[in-house]
Write a protein that binds this ligand. Structure first.
Ligand code: LLP
Length: 425
C-alpha cells in the first residue's frame, strides 16, 4: 500500500488531495503521511522482534516535534546529536532512558544538559570527549553511561559526504585505539561502560558493509570480555537506504536477518538509529511552478521551492523524482527544475525528462521526508516552508510557514544605528 498515489488524475496523500493542501496552506510545503511513518517504523522495529532491541529514530532526518511524538507513542527511542535535538525529544515526551547521544563535538553545555536528563548513553567519539564527560559527571555527582563509537574502517559504498565509517573520516575512534580507550574509560570514576557503537554511513544499498562492521565490533566485544568489560548495548547506528530512483536497498527484514545471523547468541540489547528509512519516503515537497523559461540551450521550470527548502540535489547531486500533482496528457521535455535563489547550484533536478507543467501548476518532489525540512535554511531571506501531517482524510499543519517577521525577530539594531543621520564618520 502506497500512501502517495493518484486517484484518477489527482495525487493524494492518504485520503487528502495534495492540491487541497497546497491551496490551503500555500507552497512550498512539506506533506507527510502519518500511515507511512507508522508503517515504516513498525516494519523496522518488528523486524528485530526476536531479539532485545531499541529502535532510536535519528532525529536529524526529520526533527518535527509532532513526528517525534508520533514515534515516541509507538515505543521509539531517539538518536540525538545536539542539545537542540535533546530539547525536541524531551518536549515530545521521549523518555530519557530511550535516548542515545552521538556526535563528534558535544559541548560542555550539551553534556551537562544530557547528564541532567539522565539519558541512556553517550556515544563517545574521542578521548578528550570521554575525559570531559567524566569531569562533568563528577561535577554533577553522577555516573555517565557510555559507548565508544568505533570507526570500523568499512567502505559503505555511498556518497562520500555521507560515508562516516572509514579511516579518513572524522567520526568515531579507530579500531586500533578502541581497546585502550575502553581501558582508560574503565579507570574513570564517573564513567560506566555500557555499550559499543558504530555508524558507517547513510543511504547504504547493500548489506555487506553492515555485516562487516558488525563482525569487527564483535572482535572488540570479545576482547573486552577478556578484560572483564561487559558490553550490554550494541548500537549499530542507522544508514539503511531507500529507493529514490533505481536503487533497490535491502528490506529491513533482510537487514534484520543478516544482523541477527551475525549476532549469534551475543547477549546484548541491540540499538538502531534509523532515520531515512523511516521518514524518507513518507514525505513530499509540494511546490508551485512560477515560470517556464526557454533558454538558448535549455528550458527551465522555475518553482517556488529552492535549495534553501531542499538542499539535497544541490549538495549531493541527489535524485528526487518529480511528478505533477494533477496528471494530464502532455509532452515530456528535458528541463532543469530550479528555484528562485541566486545561485547556479539552486536546482531540484537537472536535465530531467518532465511532463511539461504550466505556470501555477503544482509539482510533487518525492522522497523528501528525510533531510528535507531539517536541512532547510533561510538563505536569500526566504521564510522556511510549512510542514503538514496527513492522517486519513484530515491534515494538520505541524509547522506553520515562517513570516517575514520571523526572519528578523532575533536581530537587533544597536542604538548607534537608530538615529536618522549617517552612522559612520
Ligand atoms: N546515526 C548517526 C550517528 C548518524 O550520523 C546518522 C546520520 C544516522 C544515525 C541516521 O542515518 P540514516 O538512517 O538516516 O541513514 N544529509 C544527508 C544524510 C546525512 C546523514 C547523517 N547521519 C542526506 O541528505 O542524504
Amino acid at each position: 500500500m502506497h500512501y502517495f498515489q493518484y486517484r484518477g488524475d489527482e495525487l493524494y496523500c492518504e485520503d487528502v488531495p495534495v492540491r487541497t493542501i497546497a491551496e490551503d496552506v500555500g507552497t512550498p510545503c512539506y506533506v507527510y503521511s502519518c500511515a507511512t511513518l507508522c508503517r515504516h517504523f513498525t516494519v523496522f522495529d518488528e523486524a528485530f522482534k526476536q531479539v532485545p532491541h531499541l529502535t532510536c529514530y535519528s532525529v536529524k532526518a526529520n526533527s518535527n516535534v509532532a513526528i517525534l511524538k508520533l514515534f515516541g507513542s509507538m515505543g521509539a527511542g531517539v538518536d540525538i546529536v545536539s542539545g537542540g535535538e535533546l530539547y525536541r525529544a524531551r518536549l515530545a515526551g521521549i523518555p530519557p532512558e530511550r535516548i542515545v547521544y552521538s556526535g563528534v563535538g558535544k559541548t560542555v553545555g550539551e553534556i551537562d544538559y544530557a547528564l541532567a536528563e539522565d539519558i541512556l548513553m553517550f556515544n563517545i567519539e574521542s578521548i578528550q570527549e570521554l575525559e570531559t564527560i567524566d569531569r562533568r559527571a563528577s561535577e554533577a555527582g553522577k555516573k555517565a553511561r557510555i559507548a565508544l563509537r568505533v570507526n570500523p574502517d568499512i567502505d559503505p559504498k555511498t556518497h562520500p559526504y555521507i560515508s562516516t565509517g572509514m579511516k579518513k573520516s572524522k567520526f568515531g575512534i579507530s579500531m586500533d585505539n578502541a581497546i585502550k580507550t575502553y581501558e582508560k574509560a574503565k579507570n574513570l570514576q564517573n564513567i560506566e561502560i555500557t555499550g559499543i557503537d558504530c555508524h558507517i554511513g547513510s543511504q547504504l544499498t547493500e548489506l555487506t558493509p553492515f555485516v562487516d562492521a558488525l563482525k569487527r565490533l564483535r572482535v572488540i566485544i570479545s576482547r573486552l570480555a577478556d578484560m572483564g568489560i561487559e558490553i550490554r548495548y550494541l548500537d549499530l547506528g542507522g544508514g539503511l537506504g531507500i529507493p529514490y530512483d533505481q536503487e533497490s536497498p535491502p528490506h529491513p527484514h533482510d537487514y534484520a536477518e543478516a544482523v541477527i545471523r551475525e549476532l549469534d547468541d551475543l547477549p546484548c540489547t541491540l540499538i538502531f538509529e534509523p532515520g531515512r528509512v523511516i521518514v524518507g519516503n513518507a514525505g513530499i515537497l509540494a511546490t508551485r511552478v512560477l515560470y517556464i523559461k526557454h533558454g538558448p540551450s535549455k528550458d527551465f521550470v522555475i518553482t517556488d521551492a529552492a535549495m534553501n527548502d531542499l538542499v539535497r540535489p544541490s549538495l549531493y547531486g541527489s535524485y528526487h523524482y518529480i511528478q505533477p500533482v494533477a496528471k494530464k496528457a502532455r509532452e515530456t521535455k528535458v528541463v532543469d527544475v530550479v528555484g528562485p535563489i541566486c545561485e547556479s547550484g539552486d536546482f531540484l533536478a537537472r536535465d530531467r525528462g518532465l511532463p511539461m507543467p504550466a505556470r501555477n501548476e503544482y509539482l510533487a518532489v518525492m522522497s523528501a521526508g528525510a533531510y528535507g525540512f531539517s536541512m532547510s535554511s533561510n538563505y536569500n531571506s526566504r521564510p522556511r516552508a510549512a510542514e503538514v501531517l496527513v492522517q486519513g482524510d484530515r491534515y494538520f499543519v505541524i509547522r506553520r510557514r515562517e513570516t517575514h517577521e520571523d526572519l528578523v525577530k532575533l536581530e537587533t539594531i544597536p542604538e548607534f544605528l537608530q538615529g536618522a543621520g549617517p552612522a559612520c564618520g
